[in-house]
Design a binder for this molecule. Structure first.
Ligand code: AMP
Ligand code: TRP
Length: 328
């Protein structure tokens, strides 16, 4: 962006993106979506730019029809999770070709060694061994750096799995500024205090994510409520029968406590006191009730808007605001 255009951006920007690779999970909600809505209420002097990261989605194989549907679902879910359309600039990454262009520039100033260190890449390679690993999956963090630097974003709210990518973004932005003159704002990460890493219910040492364990350990935001209850009731715990927080020795219970705490705003101490002498069945029922209460609201809002005009309207307005910023 040239300086003239930069001067036209009156308010600082909070920016983030989510990949449309399936239905967002409770992890996405507690680590990202919930936080956006809260920040939007608190940071009234900021503009909120949120995009559906469809270019990131195609770094792994996608079914074109499903991808199209997922893009719409994700956009509708953002709105269903409490983001206010009036103060939100929502758009599709692929509709702004400057993301890919600046991504190429970022690739040109990044080193193989620093991309090889990215843990998300290493994890994904381990999972996709049989399908072939694309070169775009390897250079993905350079595109993410472009996504952020392109808008001179000030804050980037993400779950803690994205911190390493954010650090790389800061390094690449600083490197570019040092070599070619001060061009980009160096962004800061905003990590949710509570819920920045929700773990899989069946293997609480792994992050809750769309493709784990035939999805038994993962709660999807649009899943039938009965199925959610079942998943929480069969979450892996331990044999101690005591609800207290110990991430190392009691990862399953600690994860359920994190979920409960994020939903009720109760501290771990308060939760421990609430469930003194209770068995895990009672605790799990309470956690399931809290999750179901939340998802009942989100799903009914989602059903209201997914087939209406609101999603298209917000996306059309979003792209109109974003294109002039990225064009210069
Ligand atoms: P993704 O679905 O990987 O595009 O992630 C979108 C956002 O959700 C990012 O900010 C992630 O950090 C966050 N996120 C994804 N999975 C989790 C999880 N299990 N716990 C907390 N945050 C998550
Ligand atoms: N890489 C992020 C994820 O997997 C999604 C993303 C793409 C993103 N570009 C971004 C997040 C820019 C924040 C800012 O979750």
């Amino acid at each position: 962006m040239n300086t003239e255009v930069k001067q036209n951006i009156k308010r600082p920007i909070v920016l983030s993106g989510v990949k449309p690779t399936g239905i967002p999970t409770l992890g996405n909600y507690l680590g990202a979506l919930k936080n956006f809505a809260k920040l939007q209420n608190e940071m009234t002097n900021y503009d909120f730019y949120i995009f559906v990261a469809d270019l990131h989605a195609i770094t792994v194989p996608q079914n074109p029809k499903e991808l199209k549907q997922n893009i719409r679902n994700v956009a509708a879910l953002y709105l269903a999770c409490g983001l206010e359309p009036e103060r939100l600039v929502l758009f599709l990454q692929s509709e702004v070709h400057e993301h890919a262009e600046l991504g190429y520039v970022m690739q040109s100033i990044s080193y193989m060694g620093e991309l090889e260190r990215m843990t998300q890449f290493k994890d994904k390679v381990a999972k996709n061994m049989t399908q072939g690993v694309t070169s775009a999956l390897f250079t993905y963090p350079t595109l993410m750096a472009a996504d952020i630097l392109l808008y001179d974003a000030k804050y980037v709210p993400v779950g803690d799995d994205q911190m390493q990518h954010l650090e790389l973004t800061r390094d690449l932005g600083t490197r570019f500024n040092n070599r070619f003159g001060n061009t980009f704002n160096i962004p800061e990460c905003l990590v949710t205090k509570q819920g920045s890493r929700i773990m899989d219910l069946q293997d609480p040492t792994k992050k809750m994510s769309k493709s784990e364990n035939e999805n038994k350990g993962c709660i999807f935001l649009l899943e039938p409520l009965n199925s959610i209850k079942k998943k929480i009731k069969s979450a892996v715990t331990d044999s101690e029968a005591s609800v207290h927080y110990d991430k190392v020795n009691k990862p399953g219970i600690s994860n359920l406590m994190t979920i409960y705490s994020s939903l009720t705003n109760k501290s771990f101490k308060e939760i421990e006191a609430e469930f003194v002498g209770c068995n895990y069945g009672t605790f799990k029922t309470k956690v399931a009730d809290a999750v179901v209460e939340l998802l009942t609201k989100i799903q009914s809002k989602y059903n209201e808007i997914v087939n209406g005009d609101l999603v298209n309207k917000v996306l059309d307005e979003g792209i109109k605001k974003v294109l002039p910023l990225s064009k210069n």
